[in-house]
Design a protein around this ligand. Structure first.
Ligand SMILES: Cc1cc2nc3c(=O)[nH]c(=O)nc-3n(C[C@H](O)[C@H](O)[C@H](O)COP(=O)(O)OP(=O)(O)OC[C@H]3O[C@@H](n4cnc5c(N)ncnc54)[C@H](O)[C@@H]3O)c2cc1C
Length: 451
C-alpha cells in the first residue's frame, strides 16, 4: 500500500489535519491497511462531508475510502443491497431510482458515502416516517483493530452493531454494508412550498404535515428578528410517478474562495429577503426532480468556498419535545442578537431515537445554522450549545468541531455503553481521530512508535 502525506479538511474548512494517507482500490487492499498504522492510529475519510473533525486524524494515518465504490448485490424482491463503503448516495440514486427504489434516509448531499452514512447514522427529510440510515442496515462487515473481519448485526454482536451505527468510525473499518432500500421511488417529486410567517406558525405547520407527508423541511431566515423571528418556507414532498426523467440542471461551480467581506450581514439579509419572497403567501406546488429536492446544494459545486478561506461552522442540534418551542426561540434569538450572518437555517422534525449508542436523532425538532468563522463566533456557538445542553438536547457530531468532552457526555447518555464496546474491540485505541481525542473517546495517545 502506498502512503503519502496530505492535508485534509472537514467540509466547513475550519478543521484541518496533516495525515499519512493511503487509498485502497479494493476490499483486499483495505484489509492490509492496518499493517501500516503506528502509534498515531487511523481513521477512515470518505467524501469528507462531515463539517468538523470526525474524519480527521492530525499526525496519524488515514484511509481514503472513496474508491471502494462497488455495488456487490441487489435483491429486487426485498430491496436489499450490499455495497462497499465508498458508494455514494448519487451512485445509489442513479442505480436504483430508475428501478423504483431509493435510500430510505438521504442526507442533504448525494456526495455522502454509505460508510459515512453508517458512521453518523444520517437522517433525511423523512425521519418521522422512515427513521435514519442505521434503521435500515441489516449487517456491517468490519475490519477490527486486530485485523479480523467480523460481520455484525442486531443478532450477531448487537452491542458492536449499535456502537458502529453512529460510531464515527471508531469501532473498525467498514468493509461492506447490507441495507434495505425503500420501494416506491420515482425521479420526480411533487413539492409544495408554503410561506410561514414566524416560529409558532412554523411549528404548527410541521405538526399538521408530519404525519401525512413523506418529506418535509423548513428553511428559516436566520436573520429575521422580532415578530418575524422564525419566518421561512416549509417544503413538503411526495414522489410522483414519472413518465420520463426531467433533465438535471447543474448550477455554477465555486472555483475560488470568496473574499471574507463578500458575506456580510447586508448581503445575507438581501439574499434571505429575496429568497423568502420566492414562494407566494398562498404557496405553490411544482413537480421537480427528486434529486434537486433531496440534495438542493449539490447544484453548486464547492459551495463551502463561499465562506472564504477561514471556513465556517455548522451548528446542528436537536431538542426534545417538551423543550422544543422555548429552546428554538432561545437559539434563534441568540443567533439574531449575535449578528454573525448565518444564511438560511434548516428546521426538520425527527421521529425518535436511532439504533446507535451515539445516534443523533431524538424526537422532535432539529435546527441547523451556518456561521462564517469570524472572531467571536466560537463564543456564540458555546452559548448555543449550552442552551441545547440545558434543555436536554444534543449537538450533531457530523457537523461538530467545537463541542467539549463534558457537554458531549451530558448530551449522549449511552456513551458508557459505547466506551465499553471500544474497550473490548480496540483497547489500544488504534482507531482514533481529532474528534475522538477532543471528546475524550480514547485513552491518551501513546508516545511509543510500535503499532
Ligand atoms: C451539504 C450537506 C448536507 C448534509 N445534510 C445532512 C442531512 O440532511 N442529514 C444528515 O444526517 N447529515 C447531513 N450531512 C452530513 C453528512 O451526511 C455526514 O457528515 C456524513 O457522515 C458524511 O459522509 P462522508 O461519506 O462524507 O464521510 P466523512 O465525512 O468522510 O466521514 C464521516 C465519518 O464516517 C467515518 N467513515 C466513513 N467511511 C468509513 C468506513 N469505511 N469505515 C469506518 N468509518 C468510516 C469517518 O471516519 C467519519 O467518522 C450533510 C453534509 C453536507 C455537506
Amino acid at each position: 500500500m502506498n502512503w503519502t502525506n496530505i492535508a485534509l479538511t472537514g467540509w466547513g474548512r475550519s478543521s484541518t489535519a496533516r495525515v499519512r494517507a493511503c487509498r485502497p482500490e479494493r476490499q483486499s487492499e483495505l484489509e492490509t491497511v492496518l499493517d501500516g498504522v503506528d502509534a498515531g492510529g487511523i481513521i477512515a475519510y470518505a467524501a469528507g462531508r462531515s463539517y468538523g473533525d470526525a474524519a480527521l486524524n492530525d499526525g496519524g494515518a488515514t484511509v481514503l475510502t472513496r474508491r471502494l465504490d462497488r455495488i456487490l448485490a441487489f435483491d429486487p424482491a426485498t430491496g436489499e443491497v450490499v455495497c462497499e463503503p465508498g458508494v455514494t448516495f448519487r451512485d445509489l440514486f442513479d442505480a436504483f431510482v430508475p428501478r423504483g427504489f431509493m435510500a430510505a434516509a438521504s442526507p442533504g448531499t448525494a456526495a455522502t458515502t454509505v460508510g459515512g452514512a453508517v458512521a453518523n447514522d444520517v437522517h433525511g427529510k423523512n425521519h418521522d416516517r422512515h427513521g435514519s440510515f442505521g434503521d435500515h442496515v441489516r449487517w456491517i462487515e468490519l475490519i477490527q483493530a486486530d485485523g479480523t473481519i467480523q460481520r455484525v448485526s442486531p443478532d450477531d454482536d448487537s452491542e458492536l452493531f449499535a456502537a458502529t451505527i453512529g460510531g464515527i468510525g471508531l469501532t473498525g473499518l467498514i468493509r461492506a454494508v447490507c441495507f434495505r432500500l425503500l420501494p416506491g421511488a420515482s425521479p420526480k417529486a411533487a413539492v409544495r412550498e408554503t410561506r410561514v410567517k414566524d416560529l409558532d406558525d412554523f411549528l404548527a405547520a410541521f405538526a399538521r404535515v408530519r404525519d401525512s407527508t413523506t418529506f418535509s423541511v423548513g428553511w428559516i431566515d436566520g436573520l429575521a428578528r422580532g415578530a418575524a423571528l422564525g419566518r421561512g418556507i416549509l417544503e413538503t414532498a411526495e414522489c410522483v410517478p414519472a413518465e420520463q426523467r426531467p433533465p438535471e440542471r447543474r448550477g455554477p461551480n465555486i472555483p475560488v474562495d470568496f473574499p471574507g467581506f463578500a458575506l456580510n450581514s447586508l448581503t445575507v439579509r438581501l439574499f434571505n429577503e429575496v429568497w423568502f419572497r420566492r414562494a407566494s403567501a398562498a404557496g405553490r406546488e411544482r413537480v421537480r426532480p427528486l434529486s434537486t429536492f433531496l440534495y438542493p446544494l449539490d447544484a453548486i459545486g464547492n459551495w463551502n468556498r463561499i465562506y472564504g478561506r477561514r471556513g465556517f461552522y455548522q451548528f446542528q442540534c436537536v431538542l426534545p419535545e417538551a423543550e422544543s418551542v422555548q429552546g428554538l426561540r432561545a437559539l434563534l434569538e441568540e443567533t439574531g442578537r449575535a449578528r454573525k450572518a448565518s444564511f438560511l437555517a434548516v428546521l426538520k422534525t425527527l421521529g425518535g431515537e436511532g439504533r446507535g449508542h451515539l445516534s443523533f436523532p431524538m424526537r422532535v425538532h432539529t435546527l441547523a445554522l451556518d456561521f462564517p468563522r469570524r472572531s467571536g463566533v466560537e463564543e456564540v456557538l458555546r452559548r448555543l450549545t449550552h442552551i441545547v445542553r440545558d434543555r436536554g438536547g444534543r449537538v450533531y457530531l457530523a457537523k461538530d468541531a467545537l463541542l467539549s468532552a463534558e457537554d458531549f457526555r451530558t448530551m449522549y447518555p449511552k456513551l458508557p455503553r459505547f466506551l465499553d464496546v471500544l474497550a473490548r474491540v480496540d483497547p489500544a485505541g488504534r482507531f482514533t481521530s481529532n474528534m475522538a481525542r477532543r471528546l475524550d473517546l480514547k485513552p491518551a495517545r501513546s508516545t511509543s512508535t510500535a503499532p
